[in-house]
Design a binder for this molecule. Structure first.
Ligand code: KG4
Ligand code: ZN
Length: 338
């Protein structure tokens, strides 16, 4: 079964063709990152306008690269939320139009659930029950996945998402947008020069609380105090980047592994844009080993962690939840367990 996936929830315009939920025949991602770098963040109006310009060329390219025509595609999958309403509408309305024109079933996909299915695009498939941590620019959610589409929410952020903490602190350091990759580069420079250093400058909010919630807004305030009214040298900037990365990574790993011990899942899945972070991936692997946890750890290759349409098509294949075209709507407020 070949599914054309369409993703336009934020600042990436993406289309992909995936066969049987696991073989990526094409995956095209056009990012309007450079446009948003100029403003230091996303202006929803600008993002939606760019989505409009890019959506048709991106879909055409994905179909062409996968050597597909409308007759060889079995279904169309589209992200319906959460995200920015203007951006979502572009993908949803395009998908609905194509579904009608080509007479194909349409499968609406929750963007956050989609992120989890990036782990199904790897050769080693997850097994149920699985525990999944989704860390993106707008969300931080820990869920138990008991089967396809059977998701139980365990906890999440009470304020800023993990990706937002990266983006906001990078902005305070003046090192670029999106912040996660920029912080990671600076942090790696610092660790290379100071391999044995211990990090403890910033608080680890809620790390010992007996729940699965996070809070990252205090971290941003603590960071602001460190940089405010100071002329920072390049070396100081790398140190601050390494400190904040470690604070974010440590709370994510500690609480997630506590949930592993409590719920005893067969697989642990890490996904969302922040899952592209090398230090986060490495710390999860190290701590799983150090704690002697018998769990298989699944994290997509970095380019499948950040927004793309391949995981949307994969999720649609496993969820098999096709809807009447008229019943498919964009919903910016969708949560992971909706
Ligand atoms: O999932 P995603 O591509 O888009 C959303 O659904 O939000 O996630 C984007 C987030 C941004 O906050 C970005 O800074 C972060 O993922 N990110 C990273 C890395 N690559 C992307 N954060 C830390 N390290 C990275 N290497
Ligand atoms: Zn995302």
């Amino acid at each position: 079964m070949k599914i054309l996936g369409i993703e336009s929830s934020c600042d990436e315009t993406a289309a992909a063709v995936v066969e049987n939920g696991s073989k990526v025949l094409s995956s095209v991602v056009a990012s309007s990152e450079k446009l948003h770098a100029k403003t230091g963040g996303i202006i929803p109006e600008n993002a939606a306008r760019r989505q409009l310009e890019l959506i048709v060329p991106v879909i055409n390219k994905a179909m062409k690269l996968a050597h597909q025509t409308p007759t060889t595609i079995d279904a169309i999958a589209v992200t319906v939320g959460p995200g920015l309403i203007g951006s979502l509408l572009v993908g949803v309305e395009t998908a609905k139009t194509l579904a009608r024109l080509w007479n194909k079933p349409i499968i609406p996909v929750n963007h956050l659930v989609g992120h989890i299915y990036a782990t199904w695009l790897q050769t080693k498939k997850p097994r149920f029950p699985a525990l999944a941590l989704v860390v993106s620019g707008g969300h931080t959610d820990l869920v138990l996945v008991q089967g396809h589409g059977k998701i139980k929410w365990l906890g999440g952020t009470r304020d800023d998402a993990a990706g937002e903490a990266f983006d906001k602190t990078a902005r305070l350091l003046g090192i670029g947008y999106p912040g996660g990759p920029a912080i990671a580069v600076q942090a790696a420079l610092y660790v290379k020069r100071n391999p044995d250093v211990k990090f403890n400058l910033f608080p680890r909010p809620m790390m010992s609380d007996k729940n699965y919630d996070w809070s990252f807004s205090g971290l941003k305030t603590a960071f602001l105090k460190e940089v405010q009214n100071k002329e920072l040298s390049a070396g100081q900037r790398t140190k601050l980047a390494a400190e904040v990365q470690e604070a974010i990574v440590e709370v994510l790993v500690k609480k997630t592994l506590r949930a592993v011990k409590e719920h005893n899942p067969k697989s642990l899945l890490l996904s969302g844009g922040v899952a592209a972070n090398t230090r986060l991936r490495e710390k999860f692997s190290d701590e799983i080993k150090a704690n002697g946890l018998a769990i298989s750890f699944h994290v997509p290759e970095p380019k499948l962690c950040t927004d793309n349409a391949a995981y949307i098509a994969a999720a649609a294949y496993y969820l098999k939840d096709s809807q009447e075209t008229d019943d498919v709507f964009a919903n910016p407020q969708l949560t992971i367990s909706d």
